[in-house]
Write a protein that binds this ligand. Structure first.
Ligand code: G6P
Ligand code: MG
Length: 227
């Protein structure tokens, strides 16, 4: 972690969001919510699911149920969240290194080679199991999940805790995010942000790219420089 002393031009740290940045669990989340909606007798579409990107589990349930929220007791809501999570975990169980998104393994390994500290900061309470299934634990210095940081994005808590555990000042961190709520959280933490996805979603980020594979070499150099 002494990269700054070794090379003062290097950025202090890179903090990755997990779902939708390193791996496409967004689809697994969608299919799990969809199957719950089928059981409850209403439609649930991919566009509707977009609103859940980056939100914690109970915040997601609130958006998912919408006007139906009041029809359920706290205990029933907890049961619904647990049922959705079990369906999600059944899918996560089958994940491997091949489920990393294009460009993710290369970038993680490149940062490792440059001795830039890396973290995952996710609202997901399942982040550790997903990281373990992907086989990237050894490429990460710090993991902050939805259990460590109960205030879900757009609150900056997840990112600030990651910077604290990395022992790096927030202004020296670059965050890579695919969710509007995540971009908001990183900006509120005082960090630089690369948005992955359409400008309508991540347009408030400092740099926007369609996917990690498109983070061209030049962009990575920029990311690694303090300028
Ligand atoms: C991530 C995803 C969200 C998901 C949240 C909570 O931030 O982008 O779509 O709702 O994690 O996930 P969990 O695995 O704790 O249910
Ligand atoms: Mg995400």
């Amino acid at each position: 972690m002494s990269n700054q002393a070794a090379n003062p031009a290097l950025l202090a740290a890179v903090i990755f969001d997990l779902d939708g940045v390193l791996t496409d669990t967004a689809e697994f989340h969608y299919l799990s919510w969809k199957s719950l909606a089928d059981d409850l007798g209403f439609d649930w579409s991919r566009p509707a699911n977009e609103a859940l990107r980056g939100l914690g589990r109970m915040e997601s349930l609130r958006v998912f149920l919408g006007d139906r929220w009041g029809l359920f007791t706290d205990e029933q809501r907890a049961d619904l969240a647990a049922a959705k999570n079990q369906r999600y975990l059944d899918r996560v169980e089958k994940m491997t290194w091949d489920d990393l998104l294009p460009g993710a393994p290369e970038l993680l390994m490149r940062l490792r080679a440059a001795r830039v500290p890396t973290a995952v900061a996710s609202s997901s309470k399942n982040a550790r199991v997903v990281i373990s299934r992907l086989g990237i634990s050894n490429l990460l210095d710090v993991i902050v999940d939805g259990l460590d940081a109960p205030r879900s994005k757009p609150d900056p808590q997840t990112f600030l805790l990651a910077a604290d555990r990395l022992r790096v000042a927030p202004r020296d961190c670059v965050v890579i995010e695919d969710a509007e709520s995540g971009v908001q959280a990183a900006l509120a933490a005082g960090m630089r942000v690369i948005g992955i996805g359409p400008a309508e979603r991540v347009g408030r980020a400092h740099i926007v790219v369609s996917d990690l594979a498109r983070l061209a070499d030049r962009c990575v150099e920029q990311l690694l420089s303090r300028g």
